[in-house]
Design a protein around this ligand. Structure first.
Ligand code: UD1
Length: 430
């Protein structure tokens, strides 16, 4: 397993191009199962989850062509992916793939809507919590599907197809909103989703579904109305910028006391993160294709944060902001309301000298003068990158083990950081 070695303490200066959003690309790719025509996506990031999902879609019968070249299994190395599911040859999404990547379970709605059946592995728990599927299943049941959960699989049938329904989510769920949006686009009649997620990735999916012929109202609100269609058509779509990657590099500039220009992105996507960074002692200038961020204050001020559904502060940026608060001149209370167990990075940050106390869903971070490098272990995607950020600010050498988590979501992270002056390198493992 590869690891990453960082010699910290160097301020970062330069320009970083932000990749397409992994969390937008995954549902957009799954939407290709809704039509027998070709869906072409551009601005795809080169991250492991994209190849894993391509493998899943191909085993359902989709043909994948990356930058004009057919790939039998897993596509990597290109930015433009054409997916054609002219026939669905298999409606089972196996455990081996879905366990690696929860977004694989998004095929449930599209397969049921198109084929009237689906057998999809339960994704299982993960480091950040139990992550159930009840909202996906409950919504599809209301649309006429029958479920039998057995042997770790959701076996679903809808012999007469799916029909419209009024569905109210008890919790805001990005994945359930996406799954139901896709299913409803190919269902009979009108579906209303109440308490739907409003994340920008949902709007990106709505954009593609509309290009495919779906009729959807309420984009950007928590009430979506979908008028189902008998068939959807192919379309072309550019994946939106990765707001979490944008926010992560914004923190890299501030934590190292440097100045970074982030291109191919939009400041409005991470307004809640930028607001906190300005309070903490940074300044931001918006540009035509992104933003410039730099530290203005010699010390970082402690700022309390609470994770919330969009447009609130994103849970996927909680660990990174905690890394910054570790070196603040006061204290910061960080409260996690989305996932029940998302403080796995705390003991690892403590190995670098951080002073953090966790009480239930909140972590009290008392700022320490400096962090000092140490070997640490990555536990999940965003926790891993918080250790990279802490390592960039720490004195001496930090080695981050198990970086395969990082490769799931960050494209060429060490190259992008090294180009701005970071002393960072990947050490190939066995
Ligand atoms: C997506 C993102 C992930 C992000 C999360 C929250 C992708 C591929 N992943 O994950 O990076 O951290 O949104 O912004 O886009 N829940 C239920 N029942 C369900 C579904 C969810 O109780 O059926 C709960 C979850 O346990 C969690 C909360 O709802 O506590 C939010 O989860 P959800 O928005 O569904 O996350 P994902 O879509 O899996």
């Amino acid at each position: 397993m590869d690891s990453i070695r960082i010699k910290g303490g160097k301020p970062l200066f330069g320009r970083i191009e932000i990749s397409g959003a992994k969390n937008a690309a995954l549902p957009l790719m799954v939407a290709s199962l809704l039509t027998d025509e070709t869906v072409t996506l551009s601005n795809l990031p080169h991250v492991a989850d994209i190849s894993t999902l391509t493998t899943l879609l191909c085993q359902h019968g989709a043909k994948a062509v990356m930058n004009g070249q057919t790939a039998a299994e897993g596509c990597s190395g290109g930015r433009a992916l054409a997916l054609t599911a002219d026939r669905i040859t298999n409606t089972e999404a196996p455990y081996d793939i879905v366990r690696k990547m929860r977004a694989g379970a998004l095929v449930l709605g599209p397969l049921l809507a198109r084929e009237g059946r689906a057998r999809v592995s339960l994704p299982g728990g993960c480091a950040i919590g139990t992550r159930p599927m009840n909202l996906h299943v409950g919504g599809l049941e209301q649309m006429g599907a029958t479920f039998d959960i057995e042997g770790g699989y959701m076996n679903a049938v809808a012999p007469n197809g799916l029909h419209g329904a009024e569905i109210r989510f008890e919790t805001v769920s990005v994945g359930a909103t996406e799954n139901l949006l896709m299913a409803a686009s190919l269902a009979r009649g009108v579906t209303i989703l109440e308490n739907a997620a409003k994340e920008p990735e949902i709007s990106d999916l709505i954009d593609l579904l509309r290009k495919m012929g779906a009729e959807i109202e309420g984009d950007g609100t928590d009430r979506l109305v979908i008028i189902g269609k008998d068939r959807l058509q192919g379309a072309q779509h550019r994946v939106m910028p990765d707001r979490i990657e944008t926010g992560t590099y914004a923190i890299a500039a501030v934590i190292t006391g440097g100045r970074l220009e982030l291109t191919n992105t939009r400041a409005e996507l991470i307004r809640s993160v930028l607001d906190i960074l300005v309070e903490a002692g940074a300044d931001v200038e918006e540009t035509a294709d992104g933003l410039i961020i730099w530290r203005t204050s010699p010390t970082i001020h402690g700022v309390d944060i609470m994770t919330l559904p969009y447009p609130g502060y994103p849970t996927d940026m909680q660990a990174q902001m905690m890394a910054l608060m570790c070196i603040c001149d006061g204290a910061a209370m960080i409260t996690e309301t989305i996932f029940e167990n998302r403080f796995m990075h705390v003991p690892e940050l403590a190995r670098l000298g951080a002073n953090i106390n966790v009480h239930g869903h909140s972590a009290l971070v008392r700022g320490v003068g400096k962090l000092v490098g140490a070997p640490v272990m990555a536990t999940d995607l965003r926790a891993s990158v918080s250790l990279v950020l802490a390592g960039l600010a720490a004195e001496g050498e930090t080695i981050i083990n198990r970086v395969y988590h990082l490769d799931r979501g960050y494209e060429r992270l060490e190259e992008k950081l090294a180009a701005c002056g970071a002393n960072i390198e990947r050490i190939a493992g066995n």
